[in-house]
Design a protein around this ligand. Structure first.
Ligand code: HEM
Length: 541
């Protein structure tokens, strides 16, 4: 009788073929420099299958765990990863600066990460490496200068006041001066409408309750319950990148998000192109985002982008503009509920300095120290992206600011990394490290920013290269392009909300907050489903 292969046979064959290809590829990737033998936590996983991935995933505070290992094993250490592989963790300031300055050429996205990015936003800035990344970034950077951001500050206020109108209506309907409002969804809507209008002259209308497929898909991430099958690709994906395409509920939603962003981007692009061809002088002269995108599609210079690249940039900006700003705004409100005195202090500063008027962009950069302090302390404590994971594209020698002692007892002032090594910067751990920020590093204290020279010079924070010594926006060639946009947006929205409302947790000051997996990790009330952050919002007279 003829042998009938089963589905299991097929899987085994697939895995076998893949493993062989991997081994060949790894052999080709392996560099020539012997890597420095680093210390690190032992592998406690049965048969070394998962490495420490489960322990890390289950840690209540991953940043604290990675920091604890740095204290135990040194500022550069290795952790066992799935199937006998390893990851090198850098927490030394000089090593981190070296790493980020070599991004896109020396340290590149792992295949798994690239596939994931491509599935969500296509081959835009987040996906591109090396010269292609340089070209794409130079093409759109003019839309993110200070002058360009100053021009769109009014858009952030328009969004904030639409939000205020909506909340006033909810509060009036409750026939009271307060209501319980799930603020995270509203922060999503503020962020989406702001990037829509400021970036693409398109009003998604989500603050007015208008239906849009993009807003609907973004919101639906709150309802997905991660299952084991969702987690496996993240553990084994670095070895078997194809796992990222397993048709899980989450992957289906990510593809749907890509399709809906692509559809609206196509529509906006062709509308803007018509205006461009119609000699819309304003569009050509202003450094608007759509202006620079159309220009890069039509230019004959070295900054030319294909239509696919232009659409990918639009999707990158929609996603980056939406997800990170709304998470940061939500965390800021949570921290101000945990710390009512800081909330009052912020309100007093805004009332004293601005009266009834809205702060200007200049005041954001220079005139409201406590607002600035609250925002930066939120960014320090709650970086939306909590680590950077890359692969060394070449053998590398990484310099250290403080010598590292190896298990042999020898001290080294640099470490050798072989081509193909996975390298991680634990952003959250470094932002909250006591050796970098001092003994109160884990405390939410905007006050530390009021006397920056003192608090930063006293410890090692000044050694960290990055916006205000934080890794939240990373550093080097991939540093966040929308940093100025995000800071102005967050400050404008907070300044309107804190002057007009007071905030408390729905269930009292002891409310526990945990993280849920949205597209990026998001805050939520512990033990409740979805990623809701219901707050008691009281209107101030
Ligand atoms: C609090 C808000 C934000 C934070 C914390 C943040 C953080 C980051 C981080 C960590 C990266 C590096 C990603 C990586 O290398 O994998 C990044 C890149 C980027 N961000 Fe942001 N971001 C924020 C807001 C925004 C906004 C509002 C926009 C646009 C309007 C934006 C646009 C971008 C772009 C285009 C990149 C890609 C840069 C490149 O690869 O050259 N970001 N952001």
């Amino acid at each position: 009788m003829l042998y009938q292969p089963t589905f299991i046979d097929f899987l085994v064959l697939l895995a076998g073929t893949y493993l062989s290809l991997r081994i060949i590829r790894n052999l080709r990737l392996r560099g020539t420099t012997p890597a420095t033998p680093l210390k690190g936590p032992p592998n406690t996983s049965p048969f070394n299958i998962l490495g420490l991935a489960r322990r890390i995933a289950r840690a209540p505070d991953t940043g604290a765990l990675l920091e604890q290992w740095a204290e135990e094993y040194g500022s550069v250490y290795q952790i066992p990863a799935a199937l006998g592989t390893k990851r090198v963790i850098l927490t030394d300031p000089k090593a981190i600066a070296h790493f980020y300055s070599h991004e896109t050429f020396g340290y590149v996205q792992p295949t798994f990460g690239k596939m994931l990015i491509e599935n969500i936003v296509g081959r835009g800035l987040l996906w591109a490496e090396g010269e292609a990344h340089k070209r794409q970034r130079r093409a759109i950077a003019p839309a993110f200068t200070n002058a360009a951001i100053r021009k769109v500050t009014d858009v952030f206020y328009d969004s904030a006041y639409k939000l205020k109108d909506a909340w006033d209506t909810i509060i009036e309907a409750a026939s009271s001066d307060e209501a319980i409002i799930e603020v995270q969804t509203w922060m999503n809507h503020v962020s989406l409408d702001s990037i829509g209008i400021a970036g693409f002259s398109h009003d998604f209308g989500s603050l007015h309750g208008k239906y849009s497929t993009v807003a609907n898909v973004f919101d639906s991430f709150s309802t997905i319950q991660p299952t084991l099958i969702d987690i496996i690709p993240f553990i084994l994906g670095p070895i078997f990148p194809f796992l990222i395409n397993i048709p899980t509920e989450r992957n289906r939603m990510l593809r749907k998000l890509n399709a809906s962003m692509e559809e609206i981007s196509e529509e906006l692009l062709s509308k803007t192109r018509e205006n461009w061809e119609g000699e819309d002088r304003q569009l050509k002269e202003e450094k608007s985002l759509m202006g620079v995108l159309i220009k890069s599609e039509t230019t004959e210079s070295g900054l030319r982008m294909s239509k696919e690249e232009v659409l990918a940039q639009m999707k990158v900006l929609m996603l980056a503009g939406y997800e990170t700003s709304s998470i940061t705004l939500t965390w800021a409100l949570i921290e101000l509920c945990r710390n009512p005195q800081q909330q009052t202090k912020l309100r007093e500063e805004l009332q004293t300095q601005c009266g009834a008027g809205d702060p200007t962009w200049e005041e954001f950069t220079n005139g409201l120290p406590y607002l600035d302090a609250v925002v930066h302390e939120t960014l320090r404590h709650h970086p939306p992206l909590d680590q950077t994971n890359r692969i060394a594209a070449e053998d590398d020698i990484i310099p250290l600011s403080v010598p590292l002692q190896l298990s042999s007892g020898v001290s080294v002032d640099r470490v050798s990394i072989s081509k193909g090594t996975r390298v991680t910067i634990p952003i959250m751990a470094v932002n909250r490290s006591t050796s970098i920020w001092g003994p109160d590093a884990k405390v939410f204290s905007p006050e530390r920013w009021l006397d920056e020279t003192n608090s930063i010079n006293k410890f090692r924070a000044k050694e960290i290269q990055g916006h205000r010594h934080l890794l939240t926006f990373v550093d080097g060639p991939r540093t966040c392009l929308g940093k100025g946009f995000a800071l102005a947006e967050i400050k404008a929205v907070l300044s309107v909300l804190i002057r007009n409302y007071s905030f408390e947790f729905r269930d009292g000051p002891e409310t526990q907050i945990e993280k849920a997996r949205g597209i990026l990790p998001r805050p939520k009330v512990a033990g409740e489903s979805g990623y809701g952050v219901p707050l008691r919002v009281r209107r101030l007279r």
